[in-house]
Design a protein. Structure first.
Length: 289
């Protein structure tokens, strides 16, 4: 009886859902981030990249606040947040015990305070491969996996990269990340998938479903900001890089299981459709990060 009472007393309080937007780069995660950030109570910072390292650092025996801060600062993006060492160290030292969950929340709580909002979320696409690790530290995590046609992802990546990559390289990475996410999904408490194409075609309808998953309430207060963002980003050019018919057929055949699973089948990519029609489509390629 004593052990049961002890567990009840020490059980962490219920927390609001902590959204994690994940997926392959150039799949529309930035678009969804900006839509959700329009909510009057929710803020989502730029990509962090340090959360897995912070969780692992705080798991080490004898971990200190200095170790936690070093994990945060280990990524080049840390400087984007403009937190001084003194401010973050003060918050970390104020924790009753340095554990992964509270240490991670410390950063997001500080960021949310600056934005004047009570809730926070996360958008770092590569966390799609670290979902189980994150959920063990943050039981309130809810993952929203944005999936875009792998052929369009390849075009978008190649349109912006300076590295020596091929369409096949990107398609292989796309397949690997989707497969890993789907293997991990059954072990997660909260996981949902949305298609980028559906988000663009029916943003309000898709957001209603996401709002329900994240307990965000009525979408109406956020609609003006969402509509303004969509209007401002609705006239971007599509990818300049074009895939040959031969290579597209090879990619489609090799990863047919995943392409067909999400309803892409043998249809042309949105970038090709734009090229063939001689104009822009509504795929808003620039926000599809």
């Amino acid at each position: 009886m004593a052990s049961i009472l002890s567990r009840l007393i020490t059980r962490e309080p219920d927390r609001p859902p902590f959204p994690f937007i994940v997926g392959m780069n150039r799949s529309g995660t930035t678009l969804l981030r900006m839509m959700l950030d329009a909510h009057p109570e929710l803020t989502i910072p730029p990509e962090t990249h340090f959360v897995p390292a912070l969780i692992k650092a705080c798991r080490q025996r004898g971990a200190t606040p200095e170790d936690a801060l070093a994990a945060m600062k280990s990524v080049r993006e840390w400087g984007d947040f403009n937190f001084s060492d003194e401010e973050m160290m003060g918050r970390l030292r104020a924790l009753p015990k340095l554990r992964p969950g509270p240490a991670v929340r410390t950063f997001y709580e500080a960021y949310a305070e600056r934005q004047g909002k009570p809730r926070y979320g996360e958008k770092t696409p590569t966390y799609v491969q670290k979902m189980k690790l994150i959920e063990r530290a943050l039981p309130e995590a809810r993952f929203v996996h944005v999936i875009r046609d792998g052929r369009d992802v390849a075009l978008s990546v190649l349109d912006r990269t300076v590295r020596d990559l091929t369409v096949a390289d990107v398609a292989r990475r796309w397949q690997k990340k989707i497969r890993k996410a789907q293997e991990d999904a059954p072990a997660l408490r909260h996981y949902m998938e949305i298609r980028y194409e559906d988000l663009v075609a029916d943003p309000v309808g898709q957001l209603r479903a996401i709002y329900q998953q994240l307990d965000l309430g009525d979408i109406q207060p956020a609609l003006p900001a969402i509509e303004q963002y969509l209007e401002e980003t609705g006239d971007y050019k599509t990818n300049r890089y074009q895939i040959t018919d031969e290579l597209r057929a090879q990619v489609t055949q090799r990863w047919a299981r995943y392409i067909q699973q999400f309803g892409y089948g043998e249809t042309e990519t949105t970038a090709q459709a734009s090229s063939n029609s001689g104009g822009n489509t509504d795929n808003k390629d620039a926000p599809a990060a």
